[in-house]
Write a protein that binds this ligand. Structure first.
Ligand code: EPZ
Length: 417
């Protein structure tokens, strides 16, 4: 299994380009299922999750052809197998995003239940409840969701909690339904808006994306389109945290601070100078960061996907911070690993109390999930001596060429097999 070996103590400096957003690309790739016309997608990140999704679509009969260094054309004209098998779904929970489009286009779908993951049980009951509200017959047996509907009907759906992929799945199911669908308590994440923009370019009739009420008026069919994936705000935030923690100065390009207000605010509270340009963001870190408390919540509040990275920052900041995780029930797996590097963290239910220490010491640690791995990378960049991070396949799911980008910023990092 690959590992990353980092020698800490170097302030990151220089410029690096941010890739397309994984969590926008995944639902947009699934949107190709909704039409027999080709969908061209650009600014796709080269990530394991993206390749898994492409394998899943290809085995359904979607033709995928390369189109430039970060572009693809997806043609679901030959879609003939509305099945998402367990062996693919178990490696990537976002596979559930094929459910809505398959029922909308083919009238049925068999999708393996994604099962839980390190950060929580992550059920999909809201996805199912919404499809049933639209008239689908849904059964769950032998670990598969089986959904059928001659044609979905528009419905008013209010999800029990804000769910990002739940909102995306139901929005895609609704675009070809008969009548109007209203999704209340909808997720407002920018990736939901990026998906909606792509669907509208394909001929869908959607309003309210980015607010908590999304209205979708069903149409008879969708056309092909060309869509450029938005920048990855979580990758952006991760590199900002790495620069902040190491006392560095960086400029991140092909991105924007537009969707990162809550994260930028916290980095400024921690003492960082941040300058935003049209499609870049610059950060200059102080000598020593100030501890910042935070509470995760749905967009536009502080994103849960940045919580682990801020725990690493607070581990070496001045003062005590309280981190409250309100989205997932088990998203503090990185705390134990950070403690192996010398961090002073106390977990009390959904709160983590982090007392900044003078210095972390390099050690061998283990990645447990995608953002936890990012937190360990940040800690390794700060720790004295060498840190080895095992099981970095987690990292490769969500960070494109991470050791290359970090090395470009001066980090001493290498991948070992
Ligand atoms: C998306 O996951 C993201 N993944 C996650 O990013 C992100 O952490 C999460 O949204 C929250 O922002 C993708 O977009 C591919 P949810 P998702 O449905 O949609 C509960 C990363 O690091 N819930 O918004 O699966 C659920 O258990 C990943 O890139 C139900 O109970 O998250 C959780 O507690 C990790 N029933 C809460 O809602 C449901 O049917 C929010 O989950 C759906 C969700």
């Amino acid at each position: 299994m690959d590992k990353l070996i980092i020698t800490g103590g170097v302030p990151l400096a220089g410029e690096v380009a941010i890739s397309g957003a994984k969590n926008a690309a995944l639902p947009i790739l699934c949107a190709s299922l909704l039409t027999a016309e080709p969908l061209r997608v650009d600014n796709l990140p080269h990530l394991n999750d993206i390749s898994t999704m492409l394998r899943l679509l290809a085995q359904m009969g979607v033709e995928v052809t390369l189109d430039g260094p970060a572009g693809l054309v997806l043609d679901a004209g030959g879609l003939n197998n509305p099945l998402a098998p367990y062996d693919l779904v178990k490696t990537m929970r976002a596979s559930i995003l094929v459910l809505g489009p398959l029922v909308a286009r083919c009238g049925e779908a068999r999708v393996s239940l994604p099962g839980g993951c390190a950060i929580g049980a992550r059920p999909v009951d809201q996805h199912i409840k919404g499809l049933q509200a639209m008239g689908a017959e849904v059964t769950v047996e032998a670990g598969y969701v089986h959904a059928k509907a001659k044609r979905l009907k528009g419905a008013r759906i209010c999800t029990d909690m804000v769910t990002v992929t739940g909102t995306e799945n139901l929005m895609m199911a609704a675009v070809l339904a008969d009548g109007e669908t209203i999704i209340e308590n909808a997720a407002r994440e920018p990736e939901v808006v990026d998906l909606a923009n792509c669907l509208v370019a394909m001929g869908a009739n959607i309003s309210g994306a980015g607010t908590d009420v999304i209205r979708i008026r069903g149409v008879e069919r969708l056309d092909g389109a060309a869509h450029r994936i938005m920048p990855d705000r979580i990758e952006t935030g991760t590199y900002l945290c790495a620069a902040a923690a190491t006392g560095g100065e960086v400029r991140l390009t092909q991105t924007s601070a537009a969707y990162l207000d809550a994260v930028v605010d916290k980095l400024m509270d921690a003492g960082c100078d941040i300058v935003t340009e049209r499609d870049a963001i610059r950060l200059k870190a102080p000598q020593r960061l100030k501890a910042v408390s935070l509470r995760t919540a749905p967009y536009p509040a502080f994103p849960t996907d940045m919580q682990a990275q801020f725990m690493a920052i607070n581990a070496v900041a001045d003062g005590v911070a309280t981190i409250r995780e309100t989205i997932f029930e088990n998203r503090f797996m990185h705390a134990n690993e950070l403690m192996r590097l010398g961090a002073d963290i106390q977990i009390e239910g959904s709160n983590a109390i982090v007392r900044g220490v003078e210095r972390l010491e390099g050690a061998t640690v283990m990645a447990t999930d995608l953002r936890a791995s990012a937190s360990l990378v940040i800690a390794g960049l700060v720790a004295r001596g060498e840190t080895t991070i095992d099981r970095i396949y987690h990292l490769d799911r969500g960070y494109e060429r991470i050791e290359e980008k970090l090395a470009k910023l001066g980090a001493r990092v290498r991948r070992a097999h």
